[in-house]
Design a protein. Structure first.
Length: 352
């Protein structure tokens, strides 16, 4: 894997993650997002919801009505009238999601309510889109490209590769698309060992804190991020999590990366993905973990709360450890919802 750092001179920050549709939202006095009809029109414009060529007239008419008035109620009879039962079921899923989101005062509150109330039946795509919007709001005004790139992990699966002291995260979808298109480059060998097609994939490693060059390509998600110890990406991930927690949960926290947990009596941890959760739980219970599995831990952090009165008494004053890992196929699938459900807070609801 050849490291290509693209340092560029500082420039005025540009908008980033434009494709998220954040411009279609309004903001309340606290800076949290309010969905607008135009945002729902953006959802309706997704290819998953645009009626295909073979769709019946009733489905096409339903789609047109919703484009005109996205928040209008849809009677069960209207869905039953669709010629394709699968289409009716798909629309029912979307409308249920829309109604659960609009029942909350902000998108941040909706995100919390969905994950705390259960996301069964909600398509992952919708959750990804909502998470990106919330993350975009959390990072408003951030001027560090490493933090912005690290925040992509909140809503886009990554693939990890280790080479010559670098610990790289690359967007899984981009890696797959580049390999499928035979877009050759030096990153692909290690990525292919993790299950990607055996071709080389061209990706640049983010090498400048200036957000302008990152913003120009932010919707392509084609920068790799080095999160090795001491690298800016390692700290960028900590900053991204701080912003997300502060914005969504209303909790001021500081997070510092650490190479290992050297606390034999640690009291609380949160795995940022399924693999990290499983490994950390086993270690906490005193179970021996094979070195090969321990090596899947890519990033560790120590979180401290600014307001200890909000923290469970048995954890107050104690560090909370965060862990991020890759699975056996070197995929990294962060679950930011674990922060909403796993931090040791007294209050069950955020101050939104």
């Amino acid at each position: 894997m050849e490291r290509q750092d693209h340092a560029q001179p500082a420039a005025t920050q540009q908008d980033f993650w434009v494709a998220s549709g954040h411009q279609l939202c309004e903001r309340n006095a606290e800076g949290r997002l309010l969905a607008t009809p135009d945002l729902w029109r953006a959802f309706l414009a997704r290819p998953e919801l645009v009626p295909p060529e073979e769709a019946c007239d009733a489905e096409r008419a339903l789609h047109r009505r919703l484009l005109d008035e996205p928040l209008q109620p849809v009677a069960p009879e209207a869905l039953a009238a669709l010629a394709d039962p699968d289409a009716g079921e798909n629309w029912q899923v979307f409308l249920a999601f829309r109604d659960r989101v609009t029942a909350q005062p902000t998108l941040e509150a909706a995100w919390l309510a969905l994950y705390r109330g259960g996301v069964g039946g909600v398509p992952p795509l919708f959750l990804q889109m909502l998470t990106q919007l919330v993350a975009r709001a959390a990072l408003e005004g951030v001027e560090d490209a490493f933090t912005l790139r690290a925040a992509e992990c909140l809503f886009r699966p990554q693939r990890a590769a280790i080479h010559q002291g670098a610990l790289l995260l690359a967007d899984e979808e981009v890696v797959a698309a580049r390999a499928e298109a035979a877009d050759l480059g030096p990153l692909g060998r290690l990525l292919s060992e993790a299950g990607a097609p055996a071709r080389e994939v061209e990706l640049d490693v983010l090498g400048a804190a200036d957000p302008a060059p990152y913003a120009e390509r932010s919707d392509a998600h084609d920068f790799a991020l080095d999160i090795a110890e001491g690298r800016p990406g390692q700290h960028g991930l900590a900053r991204a999590l701080e912003h997300f927690i502060g914005h969504v949960l209303g909790e001021a926290v500081t997070i510092r990366p650490v190479p290992v947990i050297e606390d034999a009596a640690w009291s609380w941890h949160v795995g940022l993905d399924s693999e990290a959760t499983a490994i950390a739980n086993e270690l906490w219970h005193g179970t021996a973990v094979e070195q090969a599995r321990l090596a899947r831990i890519l990033w560790l952090g120590v979180l401290e709360f600014a307001d200890m009165t909000r923290v469970l008494p048995r954890v107050a004053g104690r560090p909370v450890y965060l862990a991020l890992a890759m699975d056996a196929a070197q995929r990294v699938r962060m679950k930011p919802q674990n922060l909403a459900t796993g931090l040791p807070l007294i209050a069950a609801e955020a101050a939104l």
